[in-house]
Design a binder for this molecule. Structure first.
Ligand code: KG4
Ligand code: ZN
Length: 347
């Protein structure tokens, strides 16, 4: 069975993974993820520091992934690497290293779009998480709602008009004095919150909207963030109110996400939904999406946290698909800070 190495360096994780297999019959041999701690003290990612940290860690991370998989470079059949979207300097480290490796080994180089990786992540753990499905990708940089009739064919239904879902969690965390990245701390604090204390309006959630309306599948989270800011400013005892504000915020964002996924699955008659991206680590989101869709016979798949957040296994998994399709990179492959998902089809 072919062995493929995946490399991911688009943001603040240096990751490498070895997968074995072909088609949808793939097994994970190893996955190493090195998260860059340095950004915590700045409360957000500092791009130049991210690039430098990738430079020092990419070689040991790849070597460790090969060791864990019990193989050597010469056993590899292909090298897949994230080439877009992301921080340009960070991406360039993985792209340059991947190109050099593939060239040196005389093996195919497979460029992978980071968001296509997130679409494939659930399939690494759930054998039934295969298209056709509805996909909701919610990360620190993206909020995408897609209909996926087959691998490599993506109907973009909706995206955020301003902040990404994870970005909203991170900004609200900052307002509440919680550490970065803020998704998990907000989710934990919200558990102690009373849902009736702060009710924020649900962004872009007109009950009367219909398929074809501009806002039917679209997202917007910056107004919600401002509503939280106003609540924080008006609070006379923020320490006491913070759990309730976190709960109100999370209820609003989750209701919006779950409702839009529901609309998409219903419109296209899909029986499966996959969630991906860091915000898919949010257990309350996964539970709410299941509660809304399972009664209709729709299965909801979410990757475990290591595979929901940025990782190279999802890049290698999408890489196998692209390799088999013959979508290879040459030595002039470049990195791109933004790039549309490959395989977009008309909505
Ligand atoms: O996919 P990811 O690892 O990196 C990007 O490509 O952005 O996503 C990171 C995002 C951060 O905004 C983080 O706060 C959010 O995922 N996140 C969460 C949770 N865990 C991570 N958001 C909500 N609830 C969580 N439990
Ligand atoms: Zn990501």
């Amino acid at each position: 069975m072919p062995l493929i190495l995946g490399i991911e360096s688009s943001c603040d994780e240096t990751s490498a993974s070895v997968l074995e297999g072909s088609g949808d019959n793939v097994s994970q041999k190893s996955l190493v993820i090195l998260s860059q701690d340095v950004h915590r003290i700045f409360g957000g990612i500092v791009p130049e520091l991210a690039s430098r940290a990738h430079v020092t860690s990419v070689v040991p991370v790849v070597n460790r992934a090969l060791d864990d998989a019990g193989c050597t470079l010469s056993d590899l059949d292909a090298v897949a690497v994230t080439y877009a979207p992301g921080l340009i300097g960070a991406l360039l480290v993985g792209v340059c290293y991947g190109k050099a490796l593939a060239f040196g080994l005389g093996k195919p180089l497979v460029p992978v779009h980071h968001m296509e990786g997130h679409i494939f992540a659930s399939a690494l753990e759930h054998p039934d998480a295969l298209p056709p499905f509805t996909a909701l990708l919610v990360s620190g940089g993206h909020t995408l709602l897609l209909d996926v009739p087959e691998w490599g064919s993506y109907r973009l239904l909706g995206a955020t008009r301003d902040d990404a879902a994870g970005e909203a969690f991170d900004k609200v965390a900052k307002l509440l004095g919680l550490p970065y990245p803020g998704g998990r701390p907000v989710e934990e604090l919200a558990r102690q919150g009373d849902p009736s204390r702060f009710r924020f309006s649900r962004p872009m959630l007109r009950r009367t909207s219909e398929a074809g309306d501009d806002d039917h599948f679209a997202f917007s989270f910056s107004g919600l963030k401002t509503a939280v800011l106003n609540a924080v400013k008006a609070s006379e005892d923020l320490a006491a109110d913070a759990p309730h504000i976190a709960r109100g915020f999370q209820d609003s964002i989750i209701e919006t996400l779950a409702e839009k996924v529901f609309r998409a699955a219903r419109q296209f008659g899909r029986e499966r939904v996959i969630l991906g991206g860091g915000v898919a680590c949010n257990r309350t989101l996964v539970a709410a999406t299941r509660a809304k869709l399972e009664p209709l016979g729709v299965s909801v798949f979410a990757p475990s946290p290591r595979l929901a957040t940025d990782n190279a296994a999802m890049i290698a998994r999408a890489g196998i698909f692209r390799l088999e399709k013959g979508d290879l990179g040459e030595l002039d492959l470049n990195a791109f800070a933004s790039r549309p998902l490959p395989g977009l089809i008309a909505a």
